[in-house]
Design a protein around this ligand. Structure first.
Ligand SMILES: C[S@@+](CC[C@H](N)C(=O)[O-])C[C@H]1O[C@@H](n2cnc3c(N)ncnc32)[C@H](O)[C@@H]1O
Length: 394
């Protein structure tokens, strides 16, 4: 069965000869030469090595493919439209280092795991629904080699030209009448969250490249990027008396969904309590840090809750609530809940060790949430932390 994307882009390609600009390649209608040149020079060419395998999604008439193909060893172009792939192949010529993959519109089946040095897509994600953007991002994670860069281009609702087009076309893009080639606007912040949630590190968001759009340059994290991870894993296992770290949740903080009034509320920091220094997720209340993950079999959650000794005398007078919960759809199961009150209770001036048996969640896809909450009134000096959170298996 053809996806809606495939039918409408095949049709667009077929109609080009009749409705397009005579004598020109398909693609000239989507931006002038200077934008094409800027994107090529700033975002594509600097990331291409001569021995690299590139993946371009949605090449259309081959406007960007023609620029990068001579610079790399192999260019794989994936598109839902076989008509568009034929156009790209024709433009690059029979001797080009091109491989075409007809995509199913759902994922990148046909592109091998960790086979791509650099992936990009221009003027394609501006048309995709949010769910398709997200799942394609997961696919980029799968096919890129560690450290591999990814460059994508989106349309921003936060610009005047963006909002102008959005409100003009809103009435025709309703319910089942939505146009397939319509511009689907998002925002740089939303794009960043999606990138980070699947494991990309965002290097740059360029909002100047065009009046309406923005380009994100990111890369897939290298396993070695977190130098502290091996020592941290050893500490976690030693403290727990055995096991293997299946998920180092502190190391994965960059990919977690973070909800707080200000981005500075949640970060990595070391905290020392009674001579015991641990790396922590700093979680100033109110804050929530959520991980979408599959709980391994025979798993245990280990962490500790505590507050920075510097503020024990100055923090919220009624204590801070630390919570850990698992959310599965609309059901929430509380795993840990404790009010920590170092100002009043001297017993609370320590690391509160937390160990939760997750066996019954084994194999389930959950949202694991770490949360701190505070009552009304002053919210200064509530320097809370979850220390070295991890999921262990035995
Ligand atoms: C507006 S054209 C852009 C072409 C080219 N990148 C350029 O800038 O000239 C969109 C391209 O993306 C392809 N496309 C649309 N939806 C797609 C999807 N879900 N997956 C893969 N390709 C898609 C279309 O077939 C078409 O080739």
């Amino acid at each position: 069965m053809k996806t809606k994307y495939e039918s409408s882009w095949d049709q667009y390609s077929k109609e080009w000869e009749r409705k397009g600009i005579a004598g020109k390649d398909l693609g000239v209608e989507w931006g002038d030469d200077s934008l094409t040149r800027d994107i090529h020079e700033k975002f594509l060419a600097p990331r291409v090595a001569s021995d690299a395998t590139l993946l371009e999604i949605g090449p259309g008439g081959g406007k960007y493919s023609a620029g990068v193909s001579p610079l790399c060893k192999k260019l794989i172009c994936g598109d839902v439209s076989s008509e568009m792939l034929k156009r790209t192949a024709k433009r690059l010529g029979p001797d080009a280092n091109l491989e075409t993959v007809k995509l199913n519109g759902i994922d990148f089946t046909g592109v091998a795991d960790q086979s791509i040095d650099f992936a990009f897509s221009i003027d394609v994600f501006v048309h995709l629904d949010l769910e398709d953007i997200y799942v394609y991002l997961r696919e980029f994670q799968r096919v890129l080699k560690p450290g591999g860069p990814l460059v994508l281009h989106f349309a921003s609702l936060l610009t005047f030209p963006g909002f102008d087009l959005f409100f003009r076309e809103a009435d025709i893009n309703r319910a089942q009448f939505k146009q397939i080639g319509r511009i689907n606007f998002i925002t740089p912040e939303l794009a960043r969250r999606l990138f980070e949630s699947v494991g990309f590190i965002v290097d740059e968001i360029d909002e100047q490249i065009s009046p309406r759009d923005f380009v994100i340059a990111a890369h897939k994290a290298e396993a070695t990027e977190d130098e502290d991870a091996p020592a941290r894993a050893k500490r976690i296992v030693d403290r727990a008396g055995g096991g293997t770290v299946a998920r180092d949740l502190l190391g994965e903080l960059g990919h977690a969904v973070r909800v707080a009034p200000d981005e500075r509320y949640i970060c990595k920091t070391p905290i020392e309590i009674a001579g015991d220094e641990r790396e922590c997720i700093f979680a100033h209340p109110p804050s929530q840090v959520g991980y979408a993950l599959t709980i391994p079999e025979k798993a245990e959650l280990v962490t500790a809750a505590g507050m920075n000794p510097e503020i024990w005398e100055r923090c919220y007078p009624d204590g801070i609530l630390f919570r850990i919960a698992i959310r599965e759809g609309t059901t929430e199961t509380e795993l840990f809940s404790q009010t920590i009150h170092p100002r009043e209770r001297h017993d609370d001036r320590k690391w509160h060790e937390i160990r939760v048996d997750l066996k019954k969640f084994g194999g389930r896809v959950v949202f694991l949430i770490f949360e701190t909450r505070v009552g009304p009134g002053t919210n200064d000096f509530n320097w809370c932390a979850f220390a070295e959170p991890a999921i262990l298996t035995r």
